[in-house]
Design a binder for this molecule. Structure first.
Ligand code: ADP
Ligand code: ZN
Ligand code: ZN
Length: 798
């Protein structure tokens, strides 16, 4: 038997399966989708089995044997293996990268495999019996000689294959209490008349006789402490059982008992179109203003899909994967849903993945990589906030979750729903052409008016002598809301206020010695740090250029604003949410919960707060500087600004109280700002499309960004030059190649960076040419210390 194996050797010029001999002892078990260790040159490397066959063209004597099985059951199914092949061509990655990205990271680490006895062994499996008599499981290494027997028992279900992920978090134990089911028996328990706590608990137990509840939850609901519970259990009021739960932290929420809302007319129309397409591979673009009830449509469509016995994937950007969002899904679908968010440890993520793979859950909610959720009978895939650039992975494999979703939709014949208040130009253009079906929600679900948006010209403020980052108007509005005890969200773009260190005498800015970028000042530790390579240094006492003592630094943006708030609005309680305050696991949630509970008046933050905030008491939103995204050297700068402003505005007045939004800007007449004021998507779309057409950018043209790095400046430039010549010779005359040029940040981590851009409308030779480029890279340039990265449809071209 021969196995075709994709090996994990990135430097090899050829990216295709290699043939290996399967030793007899592995033959009963080996299947496509399993991982193996195989000899490759002098080393043993990891590989994925992608096929098995009887014959090979290779000489028998040169064929090497598979060394070890890493899996006992496949980690990837046939669909995933096909998907990986497609990703390889589509994103120009190595097949191994595509395969690796589909499995949970815990499986890439060291772990133990074993066979666990779960039933009665059959007669022929007698040789296995002694192993299980000694202990309830059999380690994979010991099992090797018995594989063919094991395979039979695995198929019969008397043995199951388990994987022990080394635990980063301890296994979570749940203390489950089953309350005595007879009310009379509970009443008969002797309790002293002055034991008020016990009496109280007994009343609660009588009302819930026979039910099972987690101990902590029982204490909370009954309003008693653990000793009281223990005392009553000892008297026979119930039984305690400690069970091992999955590590999933939010398993015990109110499970699946929240009823669907009655849909508005607009919602009903959209819902019906989607429902009727179940079983087809249609793609919808659901364009609904913020608060129009898109999420409710998702929930009800998924409900429908589950009723058909199928499964659903719900993708959201990581930053909108808030506890609120998660709760809505848990309330509706209970323990049928797995939530994959970045707060989970590798072990927890693995558990959730297993629940999906085993078919124990029907819905997966998660960020980008959840698009690979290993369902086998997909009924729908939904991407909320489909315009978000986080759906595109920055490093190899540089896939876009939307493209993977569309591929899987063709495989399963199931619909895809792309939802957004501000669709990407690409998607909206496709909807205009009829490639996607457009569904529109023009109104907010509870019919609240959209918030009033006021644009403040900061140039006037400056002319009037106001040097503060708060305009007079915004400051007044804040004071008014503070008086009324309403809540305020202040939004500052991360790149907005720099936090660099500057010499006031000669103007020198402290830069990273390894990267061409200024160092960021961190007030908490009084030092400077490079956000690209991690370099850290103390702030110098004297300017390294001119020796002056006049070194001046600015606090990070949000810190600086926080200080100014303290000065301007004495007594206001502020919560700050930015990279510094959310480093710890769960910090993000804690801040949001505190704000939701009214523990602060002002929530101040970066991009992070633009999404998913749905609190009724927010009536004022302030955008301190709308210009910062607008002037980035990227063709999507206007689109991103429009999206951001629309998102942020959508946070105000979501409930009964009306909302107002202040947008401060030095270029208030820019169409991305004026049109965001009324959430005028269509006019923005038309205007921006005209700009894109004129400059030859997507969606009129496709772009591919190619970047080269090298320690040596000349080598990097030389590689870029040669590549541009190569592309010009091999691509069609209609294709435009821009560059080479130095990247915006020309050096990172002591490596010089060059790039070039391919723009094309139709380029039949693209894939072949780029593959050839990769081959040249792998056979020549890797050795010379260069890196090459090719990004099709990049999310930014800076
Ligand atoms: P979106 O996802 O479009 O921003 P949501 O689904 O979050 O909108 O809905 C906004 C608010 O309106 C939520 O508080 C939601 O509970 C409420 N809502 C949605 N649909 C309805 C409906 N049909 N009836 C009443 N309230 C609704
Ligand atoms: Zn100086
Ligand atoms: Zn650096």
């Amino acid at each position: 038997m021969i196995a075709e194996i994709i090996v994990d050797v990135a430097a090899h010029p050829i990216d295709r399966p290699f043939d290996y001999l399967v030793p007899e002892r592995f033959q009963p078990l080996i299947e496509p989708g399993m991982r193996v260790k195989v000899p490759f040159g002098p080393r043993k490397v990891l590989g994925f089995v992608v096929g098995t066959k009887e014959r090979t063209d290779m000489e028998r004597s040169r064929l090497k044997p598979v060394h070890e099985l890493m899996d006992i059951v496949p980690v990837l199914n046939e669909e995933m293996l096909k998907l990986a092949k497609w990703m390889k061509d589509e994103t120009l990655c190595f097949e191994i990268d595509a395969l690796q990205v589909m499995i949970p990271s815990a499986l890439r680490a060291k772990y133990e495999k074993r066979f666990v006895l779960t039933g009665e062994l059959s007669e022929i499996a007698a040789p296995l019996r002694p192993h299980f008599e000694r202990k309830p499981f059999l380690r994979a290494q010991e099992a090797e000689p018995l594989f063919s027997l094991l395979k039979k028992e695995l198929d019969r279900g008397t043995i199951s294959a388990e994987t022990d992920i080394s635990q980063q978090t301890a296994v979570k134990k749940a203390r489950m209490i089953t309350i005595e089911s007879s009310e009379e028996a509970l009443e008969a328990i002797p309790i002293r008349a002055n034991a008020h706590q016990q009496l109280k608990l007994r009343e609660f137990m009588k009302a819930h006789a026979g039910s099972t509840i987690e101990s902590a939850e029982l204490q909370r609901q009954a309003g008693v402490t653990l000793p009281t519970v223990t005392a009553l259990l000892e008297k026979g009021a119930g039984t305690l059982k400690v069970t091992e739960t999955y590590r999933s932290p939010e398993m015990m929420t109110e499970a699946g008992n929240v009823k669907p809302l009655e849909l508005t007319n607009e919602q009903a129309i959209a819902y019906r179109s989607i429902r009727e397409s179940i079983g087809t591979e249609k793609t919808f673009l659901l364009h609904g203003v913020t608060g129009s009830g898109k999420t409710e449509i998702y929930l009800q469509t998924i409900d429908r899909v589950l009723a058909d016995g199928k499964e659903a994937i719900m993708l959201v950007p990581e930053i909108s994967l808030t506890p609120q969002m998660t709760l809505r899904f848990k309330e509706r679908f209970g323990d049928q849903v797995a939530v994959l968010h970045s707060g989970l440890s590798a072990g927890e993520k693995y558990d959730e993945w297993r629940r999906i793979q085993r078919g124990e859950v029907k819905v997966a909610v998660g960020a980008r990589s959840a698009v690979f959720a290993p369902f086998r009978n997909l009924g729908i895939i939904i991407l909320d906030e489909e315009h978000e650039s986080s759906y595109k992975q920055d490093d190899a494999p540089r896939y876009h979750a939307r493209d993977v979703a569309l591929w899987r939709s063709r495989y399963y014949r199931c619909p895809v729903v792309l939802g957004s208040a501000t669709p990407s130009l690409e998607s909206y253009a496709r909807a205009q052409k009829g490639v996607y079906e457009l569904l529109v929600l023009d109104r907010r679900a509870k019919n609240q008016p959209l918030p009033e948006v006021r644009i403040v010209d900061m140039r006037d403020e400056l002319r009037n002598g106001n040097r503060s980052m708060f305009s007079v108007e915004l400051a007044e509005a804040i004071r008014e809301k503070l008086e009324k005890n309403e809540q305020i969200v202040l939004f500052l773009n991360k790149r907005g206020y720099s936090s660099f260190v500057l010499c006031r005498d000669c103007g020198t800015v402290m830069e990273c010695p390894h990267c061409d970028i200024s160092l960021t000042y961190h007030r908490a530790k009084e030092h400077m740090k490079c956000h690209y390579c991690g370099f850290e240094a103390q702030v110098p006492d004297l300017c390294p250029e001119c020796g002056s003592e006049h070194i001046r630094f600015f606090g990070t943006g949000t810190q600086k604003v926080e200080e100014e708030i303290a000065k301007l609005f004495a007594g206001a309680r502020v919560l700050r949410m930015d990279v510094d305050t959310t480093r710890q696991k769960g910090a993000h949630e804690r801040i949001l919960t505190a704000f939701g509970e009214g523990k602060a008046d002002i929530l101040l933050g970066t991009q992070m707060i633009a999404k998913g905030l749905d609190f009724p008491n927010i009536t004022l939103v302030g955008v301190l500087s709308a210009d910062t995204t607008l002037h980035l050297p990227d063709f999507r700068a206007s689109e991103k600004t429009f999206q951001l402003l629309t998102q942020v505005s959508g946070r105000a007045g979501r409930d009964a109280l009306p909302g107002t939004v202040y947008v401060q800007s030095y270029t208030p007449e820019h169409y991305a700002i004026t049109l965001a004021k009324d959430q005028s998507y269509e006019p923005f779309y038309l205007q921006e499309m005209a700009v894109r057409r004129q400059n030859g950018y997507p969606p009129y043209y496709y772009v591919v960004n190619i970047q080269f790095t090298h320690e040596d400046l000349m080598a990097a430039a030389d590689y870029a030059d040669q590549t541009v010549k190569f592309l010009q010779q091999n691509l069609s005359p209609g294709t435009v190649i821009i560059g080479p040029s130095a990247s915006l940040i020309a050096r990172v981590n002591d490596r010089y960076r060059y790039q070039c851009l391919i723009k094309y409308k139709k380029e039949p030779k693209l894939t072949e040419t780029l593959h050839q480029l990769i081959r040249i890279h792998r056979s020549e340039w890797i050795r010379r210390g260069a890196t090459l990265s090719i990004d099709k449809n990049p999310s930014a071209v800076m």
